[in-house]
Ligand binder design. Structure first.
Ligand code: SAH
Length: 438
């Protein structure tokens, strides 16, 4: 080691940096060999940003964001820069990615100094892949990298069999060297047939990034089939909503199928995630969505799986779910299983009240249409609607519908979309399964 070199433990995120000498022997004995980043003095100097005591507090609580209103000075800092964050006295709090346009101005990526961003990104991607290897079962489609929850703020990568679908959400991740580090590490670890970038035009606009089209970053393949819980799906990398499927519901599909029975209605069915799982155990399944392209794929998915269905056909209905539920309940239609998985009604905190009205209307109608002993699977993917908001809404709907609900399962997003305890924004999906009686 060069004279005067400093060594920092880089084994974990948000742990205060410790000199090598204080690494406890237990860690080493346990075989958790940390990796070391060697910095040769002088350390490369990154632009510095000072933050308010409120910003300091947020970071000390384990959060990774500092809002623009909590910056003390960020003049002349280039968009997407790697920066050192400090309190007003100059004491360092870590290293972050800076956005010049987002209200989330700072996203911490390490509590230590970072001299080689490419190396850090490669380590983080390796850790994200290792986490999935240990917790994901029964699927070849799952989220490989989930932004802040994997300490890669601004990067989402989903795996669909041998195709990776990637989304870039921040200025820092849009920079060419960062893109290259990400794609080369993903290629090395996963050996995918292709990597496709899905561009969200609105996100690029908010980050003041130049427009860009979705397309291939590596390889040529753009379609595949994937399997989750033994159910098969078509995947077209350049079509569909999100990166292609709602992977966050994977474990909830399997849970729903454990209780589902009889005649089932899957409302907001998209490409049939719940409906295809229910068709294995239910005597009849109807899926409802307002998107015709989604229903066309749902029908193709049904054809892939029909050998395992109770009844060969699933009925797909293109309709506005609110209108259909109103008409069906007025016509006294009855079901044994109903799934409600609407899009996020509350995009911001301000939408909370109106979104709860929307959720209540749907849940009230569904509860009225369930036969005694029926099962309701009801979801919300709005971060701004908390679990207690949603439960309160459901209690009120049960009272109004004169039904008794027994909660069978209180669920969230699949584990490949990790919930980082000190970053509440990483927890967004709620899925309750309830037994409904008179
Ligand atoms: N349950 C699905 C995901 C649903 S996402 C799955 O597991 O894959 C929400 C779906 O609601 C989208 O497919 C969207 O097309 C549909 N949608 C949005 N507004 C709607 C409305 N008013 N009526 C019916 N469908 C709607």
């Amino acid at each position: 080691m060069a004279a005067g070199a400093l060594v920092y433990a880089e084994s974990s995120f948000l742990r205060p940096s410790r000199p090598l000498s204080v690494l406890c022997s237990k860690e080493l004995l346990a075989g958790n060999q940390p990796t070391y980043q060697v910095y040769t003095l002088p350390m490369p100097t990154l632009p510095k940003i000072k933050v308010t005591p409120r910003g300091v507090n947020r970071l000390k609580q384990g959060h990774v964001w500092v809002y623009r209103s909590d910056l003390l000075d960020a003049d002349n800092i280039a968009p997407g820069s790697l920066v050192t964050v400090s309190d007003k006295r100059g004491k360092s709090l870590g290293t972050a990615l800076y956005s010049s346009s987002s209200q989330i101005a700072i996203r911490l990526i390490a509590s230590e100094p970072v001299s080689d961003l490419g190396k850090l990104l490669r380590q983080r991607i390796t850790q994200a892949v290792a986490y999935r290897e240990s917790i994901v079962r029964d699927t070849n489609a799952y989220r490989l990298v989930f932004s802040e929850a994997d300490f890669l703020p601004g990067l989402i990568v989903d795996r669909y069999n041998d195709i990776l679908s990637l989304q870039i959400l921040t200025q820092a991740f849009d920079a060419s060297p960062v893109r290259e580090a990400v794609t080369s590490q993903l290629t090395q670890l996963m050996n995918p047939a292709a990597i496709v970038e899905r561009v969200d035009a609105r996100v690029r606009e908010l980050e003041t990034l130049p427009p860009r089209s979705s397309g291939l970053l590596h390889g040529e393949k753009t379609s595949a089939t994937f399997t989750m819980n033994g159910v098969h799906f078509h995947f077209d990398a350049l079509e569909g909503q999100k990166t292609g499927a709602f992977l966050d519901q994977r474990e909830n599909y399997a849970a729903a199928a454990q209780y589902a029975k009889g005649e089932a209605l899957d409302v907001f069915c998209y490409q049939g995630g719940f409906a295809l799982h229910l068709a294995r155990v239910c005597s009849q399944v109807t899926g409802v969505d307002s998107s015709r392209p989604a229903l066309e794929v749902a029908d193709q998915n049904a054809a892939l799986n029909k050998d395992h269905f109770q009844r060969e056909e699933i009925e797909w209905i293109e309709a506005n779910a609110f209108d259909l539920l109103k008409d069906y309940s007025a016509a006294n239609r009855r079901y044994d299983t109903i799934v409600l998985d609407p899009p996020a009604f509350a995009k911001t905190k301000r939408d909370l009240e109106s979104s709860l009205r929307g959720y209540k209307e749907l849940n009230l109608r569904a509860l009225k249409m369930l036969r005694p002993g029926g099962v309701l699977i009801t979801c919300s993917c709005s971060y701004h609607v908390s679990q207690s908001n949603f439960l309160e809404m459901l209690s009120a709907a049960a009272l109004d519908a004169h039904r008794t609900l027994r909660l069978l399962e209180v669920r969230a997003q699949a584990k490949d979309h990790p919930i980082l305890l000190n970053v509440p924004e990483t927890a967004y999906l709620k899925c309750f399964i309830a037994y409904v009686s008179d």
